[in-house]
Design a protein around this ligand. Structure first.
Ligand code: SAH
Ligand code: SF4
Ligand code: F3S
Length: 476
């Protein structure tokens, strides 16, 4: 999912004071909180809701761990390694807690949901445990913890979408913002813990989504990414059943957001191949400002494995979907998630995966070795029988192939001109800009003393590339 599976750095340049929750004058706040996020973009987006809830109660955000009264860690359970990283971090926080007696530590997100009271049973590790649907209870839970009680709320909800809460943009570049459009997941892919940690799928009120996107645009942001575990099954039915307010599907929502302004780029993540419709593809094609990029996780290229994963499509069905995308939008970028070494995977299944990758010509793939998650259907039904070294070798082959495909895809762009939205200085040099094309490719080019700034659109002619980056120059 985008650049989502890793922790985000905290050193990005910021823009727009109205959106800066890191108050300069911390004395105006009764307490200071520090929040660190792991996992998918939904989690980062949730942290912005948490910041908003705490801010209203008089808590100010700080980037400095040492000066925090409250430390929150928003956690991910998707693979065992993600949980191990959080565990390590918590033991570091414990040291701070011992030194600073008043400091409280809270675990938020998917690990909180999965492990519930377990965290509270470990001495001096955690004071507050809050699941993804219970963030409104945070101020109350903080008070309870301050009075020495162990505070926990891990109730999942069928309705909660935090629709009315205006997120505080943490660590934003001031150009791109993430807007949550739904929560939970009903899909039950057998390997996946998300339906257990995030609960039932529910869609957020379309009017509140459009209002948030408009607000973001009016504050100077130029791109919104609509977020959900499976955005194509977005379906909002207004509660009053009013004929003037009919239900809204994902294609219609996309169109509503695209119509805010041609200057506002629209992206979305993630699409489930079984649910992305022609209506969505045609809507994408119709609006220049809906980015021509689809993250379409295949997971495996073997129909037999896909069936065991409960993905509900075959290899052929997936390839036909790729054809359809390219038919309607020949210039559309496609990326994927791939799991190596799922239960019972044979060499031929693995070869099928490599073949589907070649067929789809992915620009990018996020690749993982299968990791058994407690409580999932796969854990209960199948044996994790692919030896670790085999998983690793297959994963390495998938990564190698993807590197080759990414390079080939970028080489095809040499000589072409792309409209790029400038996001920041390039990582390597302050004399270069970094931005993205509609296809979500990173483009780097010299500033050339022009008057351009972050958030501007510029046409860039590509003349070189690596597997990760297009290199070009501004063209007039
Ligand atoms: N809702 C998104 C993905 C959520 S998790 C979707 O359906 O695409 C992100 C990715 O993590 C998944 O696409 C999958 O490739 C990977 N993943 C999930 N569970 C995993 C597990 N148990 N082991 C390894 N990778 C896993
Ligand atoms: Fe997990 Fe599947 Fe739902 Fe994605 S669609 S969150 S992989 S269950
Ligand atoms: Fe991880 Fe939860 Fe997202 S398990 S991937 S943070 S929904």
């Amino acid at each position: 999912m985008l650049d989502l599976m890793t922790d985000k750095t905290h050193n990005e340049e910021r823009q727009g004071e109205a959106y800066a929750p890191f108050a300069n004058d911390l004395n105006q706040y009764k307490k200071r909180f520090y929040i660190e996020s792991y996992g998918c973009q939904m989690n980062f987006s949730d942290s912005e809701i948490v910041a908003s809830i705490l801010n209203k109660e008089g808590y100010g955000a700080t980037r400095n761990l040492e000066e925090a009264d409250l430390i929150f860690i928003n956690t991910c359970s998707v693979r065992e390694k993600a949980e191990q990283t959080v565990r390590k971090r918590l033991t570091e926080f414990r040291k701070l807690k011992v030194a600073n007696k008043g400091m409280l530590v809270g675990v938020l997100g998917c690990m909180a949901e999965r492990l519930k009271t377990k965290f509270l049973e470990e001495e001096k590790l955690v004071d507050i445990v809050v699941g993804p649907d219970a963030y409104r209870a945070l101020p109350q839970l903080v008070s309870e913890a301050e009075s020495g009680q162990k505070a926990i709320n891990v109730l999942l909800s069928r309705e909660e979408t935090y629709a009315d809460i205006a997120p505080i943009r943490l660590d934003s570049n001031g150009v791109t913002a993430f807007v949550s459009i739904m929560r939970g997941c009903n899909n039950m892919c057998t390997f996946c813990v998300v339906p257990f940690t995030r609960g039932r799928e529910r869609s957020r009120d379309a009017v509140s989504i459009v209002a948030e996107c408009r607000d973001v645009f009016e504050r100077g942001f130029k791109e919104v990414t609509l977020l959900g575990q499976n955005v194509d099954s977005y379906y909002y039915t207004p509660e009053n059943g009013d004929a003037t307010a009919p239900p809204v599907n994902f294609a219609q929502l996309l169109e509503m957001v695209a119509n805010i302004s041609p200057e506002l780029r629209v992206r979305f993540s993630t699409s489930h191949p079984k649910d992305i419709t022609d209506e969505v593809l045609y809507t994408m094609a119709k609006y220049e400002n809906i980015c021509k990029y689809i993250h379409l996780p295949v997971q495996s290229g073997s129909t037999r494995i896909l069936q065991l994963m409960n993905r509900t499509y075959t290899k052929e069905w997936y390839m036909a979907k790729v054809d359809r995308i390219k038919e309607i939008m020949p210039d559309c970028g496609i990326s994927s998630d791939i799991i190596a070494g799922f239960c019972t995977e044979e060499e031929q299944d693995h070869i099928d995966t490599l073949n589907v990758m070649r067929y789809s010509k992915y620009d990018l793939s996020y690749t993982f070795a299968y990791s058994v998650r407690p409580g999932t259907l796969a854990e209960r039904r199948f044996e994790d029988d692919v030896p670790n070294d085999v998983k690793k070798r297959r994963l390495a082959e998938i990564v190698d192939l993807q590197n080759k495909l990414s390079l080939e895809s970028n080489q095809k762009d040499i000589g072409k001109t792309f409209k790029v939205l400038i996001e920041s200085d390039s990582k390597r040099s302050e004399t270069d800009w970094m931005g993205r094309s509609s296809q979500n490719k990173v483009v780097v080019f010299p500033k050339n003393n022009s008057n351009l700034k972050k958030g501007d659109y510029v046409n860039v002619l590509v003349h070189d590339c690596s597997k990760a980056t297009l290199i070009g120059s501004i063209c007039n």
